[in-house]
Design a binder for this molecule. Structure first.
Ligand code: ATP
Length: 245
């Protein structure tokens, strides 16, 4: 696969934490073990595995928050942005939606005020929110609206690659379906790629093109959604599928 077709390569990455315990000097805990995969241009790559297996640690390692002890993380596009399960973690409760969406552009410094306002309104429209939301604070919005705002905040700097860590897990099923639809539409319209982290295999089946299965910090199986769901090769994948039925 040529480099133009990739947005990210993770090569033999081993990483973990040193900051446990008293005075953050606890023993080193290895979390990721020899992790290798690519994210291809335009794809939605699912990452599944039980709680505590290292999915969020992988996201942090891709973002550079956790440094790999071995191996390499190679970005072929702008740095990815993140969407989280709880949009509150991405949205400052004290500020309006307009402020939240405009701030990264203000920091970036390239656009004047009218252009920033135009971009904010365009992004709000793309994520399916009315202009009345601009003045609202996060607490005044529904869970689904808040997740739309955090998606807009992630996209306002026009990244090519998004990491979504359980982005629909806190939403009820109808709203989940709307947000999954939005993510599909945005991928098409903005030519995005996603790493989509979820413990919900049903959601992964609906949304993803390919899937990574992680167990105890290792990728035990990867393949297309059809491969993984219809012809799982690894025992652990079979167990996860059986548990989800
Ligand atoms: N900041 C941290 N410092 C030390 N250890 C951590 C830190 N964050 C996570 N860990 C440990 O790393 C391991 C993997 O956690 P991680 O959050 O990556 O798993 P996960 O697969 O995302 O789980 P979940 O699905 O519950 O979010 C766990 O044992 C966890 O306790």
């Amino acid at each position: 696969m040529s480099e133009q077709e990739l947005v990210l390569s993770v090569r033999h990455v081993t990483s973990g934490y040193r900051d446990r315990g008293l005075f953050r000097r606890g023993p080193y805990q290895e979390v990721l073990r020899d992790v290798t995969f690519d994210v291809r241009h335009g794809e939605i790559l699912g990452l599944v595995g039980e709680s505590g297996t290292g999915k969020s640690t992988l996201a942090r390692t891709i973002l550079g928050i956790v440094k790999p002890d071995q191996g390499q993380v190679i970005h072929y596009t702008k740095r990815p942005q993140m969407i989280f399960q709880d949009p509150y973690s991405a949205l400052n409760p004290a500020y309006s939606v307009e402020w939240t969406l405009e701030e990264p552009l203000r920091v970036y410094g390239k656009y004047d005020a009218p252009e920033r306002k135009r971009r904010v309104r365009e992004m709000l429209d793309r994520v399916g929110l009315p202009e009345e939301c601009l003045a609202a604070k996060p607490a005044e919005l529904s869970g689904g609206q808040r997740q739309r705002v955090s998606i807009a905040a992630a996209l306002i700097q026009r990244p090519r690659f998004l990491i979504a860590d359980e982005p629909v897990s806190a939403l009820d099923v109808t709203i989940q379906a709307q947000i999954l639809d939005l993510l599909r539409t945005l991928r098409r319209e903005l030519d995005l790629s996603y790493l989509f982290i979820s413990h919900d295999l049903n959601v992964v089946y609906q949304l993803c093109d390919r899937v990574l299965v992680m167990k105890e910090g290792r990728i035990v199986e990867q393949g297309t959604v059809d491969d993984i769901f219809d012809h799982p090769k690894d025992d652990y994948t079979r167990q996860l599928l059986a548990a989800a039925e």
